[in-house]
Design a protein around this ligand. Sequence first.
Ligand code: PLP
Length: 501
Amino acid sequence: MIDEETGGTALPERGMAAERVLDEIRLLRGRDRPTHGGRLFAYVYDPAVPGLDELAAAAHAQSAHVNGLDPTAFPSLLAMENALVGAAGRLLGGGPGSAAPDVVGSVTGGGTESLILAVKAARDAHPEITAPRLVVPSSAHAAFAKAAHYLRVALDVVPVPPDTLRADPAAMAAAIGPDTVLVACSAPSYAHGVVDPVAEIAAVAAEAGRRCHVDACFGGWTLPYLRRLGAPVPPFDFTVPGVTSVSVDLHKYAYAPKGVSVLLHRDPALRAPQYFAYADWPGYTMINPTIASTRSGGPIAAAYATLRHLGDDGYLRLAATTRDAVAGLADAVRAVDGLRLMAEPESTVVCFTTTDPALDLFVLVDELTLRGWHTQPQLTYAGLPASVHLTVTAAVAPRVAEFGPALADAVAAARAAGPVALPPDLLALAGALTPDALTPGLVAGLAAGLGLGGGAGVGSAGAGPLPERMAPVNALLDAAPPAVRERLLVEFVGLLQRPAW
Ligand SMILES: *Cc1c(COP(=O)(O)O)cnc(C)c1O
């Protein structure tokens, strides 16, 4: 048993045999959601290509101890990064012979880092603007809010019309002011999978002399292939005049292991303020394109190996498989009375909501989980209903035929169970609270009432830190305004993240 061996700590008194350590990790991993098998619709991106995991792991191992801190010391990483940036740049409308021949970029640790750096580059290009602002549609990824927060850039959020869920170019234009340093949009949005009208938004940004970032973190690696397969994908990349930067996550639909994204700029001058250089200390001169300084070569080598192995033809094939899976899942949703697609799928997301008050989406999510299907609930927001998000990857295709009956069955069970009924005083509390009123004691009481925060250590037995049913937690969060949701989440997750001694 793990707990007898380690007492829950990562530092046992005596070192353990390698095999036993790996056994432990295997045991722990057994409690995770399944990363393969096509039944997990968030967090992981699985092409179900035999041998790809092994290849990526071998490449990762070869470069894990190489440091991206200094490209002159480790030219292998420089070469692989340049190759990844070149591949992404070409896929997204740049490179020799294109309308954007001077595209350059950086390999970052993930989509959030790419977006923070896009905002930093835009901010630092204008040192004369003392209170810089960023304009985004309300459908933009939360990472823009994080970037704005970290960088002290004010965020101007422009609501998306609830019928299209797409950014409104006229409203975006109206939000641009003298201190705006960047206008951003998505291709596609994560929540609903719809592509913003990039050409119109880039035009209004260019007209105002502002940078325009296209967040293609999610779909940048699939939209070009879906278009080649005949889908009506509008221009969204460097082919669009006025687009100054584009981000694409390789650890999403390029199917690379986690920790790798690419941020592209139309030309080197646009990228220059992204760098941080420092020579005013007695140590080595520092020059970083990214937030992290020391960076493992592992994810970069793994991504390089993944792209080389799958190749352009492989990604085209995987996009076709994924497109068919999306169509099948959307049909399954349409076939169920009481469910409605939030948007007609145009990328690799299927997102649906309920039209029947007796069918509680959060209960449905739990019923699907109990049947082995892991979906992602999205809370109500600014006039948009709660929804269920499915990120669809190629691995889902063989499961599509099973999904329809499972969904129908889960819907019937959710109807039979009825909506979550939280005690009225609890709901009233959630709705009325201000974040400051949430004392640690109050939150601990709430968490205990919801079954959150049990044993979470390596050796803990039993149900673990989360209740089997999350619907009451989601219902409580859903009843609260965003600022209270944020505070509750911080407190709840803080209860989970406790040292194992
Ligand atoms: C995933 C995602 C991000 C953030 O990426 P991370 O890799 O999770 O940091 C940003 N934008 C969009 C559209 C995304 O889908």
